[in-house]
Write a protein that binds this ligand. Structure first.
Ligand code: ZN
Length: 284
């Protein structure tokens, strides 16, 4: 599932491709992903609108457009869910079977594809209002992070997935940050000492920055293995396994810890897998 770095990389990639393009057609093939916006409303709002910007907040994409009739700015909110992909493709190319929404941009289509339809593309932006601070912004400071952790009795790994604590961290980067901070995922959030919190704060920012710099931890497939300028999110058959190089503990159960060579363990917390090294990540 895409987390902050993957969404950031996607936003940076799509921004120059979309900006200045005009929506000439809106083809809604799965109305569910628009909810609570209706297909009629999205068509009426976006037809003739021009893409003017694209930013990211947490795991959400925020597309900015100028409405045709109103001239007023409109925000379209996107979320990739578990399996979503957003990309541009030539008009002549066949639409994927699970294309949920297709914007006709003239020479090409902007496609939101989702095999499981857990993602979103909607005019309802309320989800963003509930998010905690951006972990790479100045708003995210060790002192405020510590205050928020003090209010929770959850295990720190589970708490890190709470998007109101900090936005954009998911299962992969929670495990990676705790490993880098040498903290057990089982530690109770409100019992963390200030030194531990500072270590975790720094580790989170490092793992996220590194992943963005690497162009995402999840393989970025540019279609047929070529850099054709059309972005696809998700793993293609035969794509190189980037996890091997970049993730230190996530998905590596039974493999040697990069620090101490003892096997990485997996444990289930809040119905999600946590990967960690019990030797390097002590409870105390
Ligand atoms: Zn270790």
């Amino acid at each position: 599932m895409p987390e902050l770095p993957e969404v950031e990389v996607l936003a940076r990639h799509l921004r120059p491709l979309l900006c200045g393009k005009i929506v000439r057609g809106v083809n809604v093939r799965r109305a569910k992903v628009l909810a609570p916006t209706s297909p009629r409303k999205i068509r009426r709002t976006l037809l003739g609108a021009k893409f003017t910007g694209l930013s990211r907040r947490g795991k959400y994409l925020l597309f900015q457009l100028d409405g045709k009739n109103t001239g007023k700015p409109v925000t379209l909110l996107g979320h990739l869910g578990m399996t979503g992909r957003m990309f541009l493709a030539g008009k002549h190319e066949r639409l994927p079977a699970h294309a949920a929404v297709v914007f006709d941009l003239g020479g090409e289509n902007f496609i939101y594809e989702d095999t499981r339809y857990f993602g979103r593309l909607t005019l309802d932006v309320s989800a963003v209002e509930k998010l905690g601070p951006e972990p790479l912004s100045k708003d995210f400071q060790p002192a405020t992070f510590a205050q928020a952790l003090k209010r929770s009795r959850q295990a720190v790994k589970v708490k890190l997935l709470d998007q109101t604590l900090v936005a954009g961290i998911g299962n992969i980067y929670a495990s990676e940050a705790l490993f880098r901070a040498r903290l057990s995922p089982k530690l109770v959030a409100n019992r963390l000492k200030s030194g531990q919190i500072k270590r975790l704060w720094r580790a989170m920012r490092e793992v996220l920055r590194e992943a963005i710099r690497c162009g995402s931890t999840v393989p970025l497939n540019f279609g047929g293995g070529k850099s054709d300028g059309f972005f696809y999110f998700g793993q293609a058959p035969g794509a190189p396994d980037f996890y091997e190089d970049r993730l230190r503990v996530y998905g590596r159960e039974g493999q040697p810890c990069p620090n101490c060579r003892r096997p990485i363990k997996r444990l289930t917390q809040g119905a999600r897998s946590t990967f960690y090294c019990p030797h390097c990540q002590r409870a105390g």
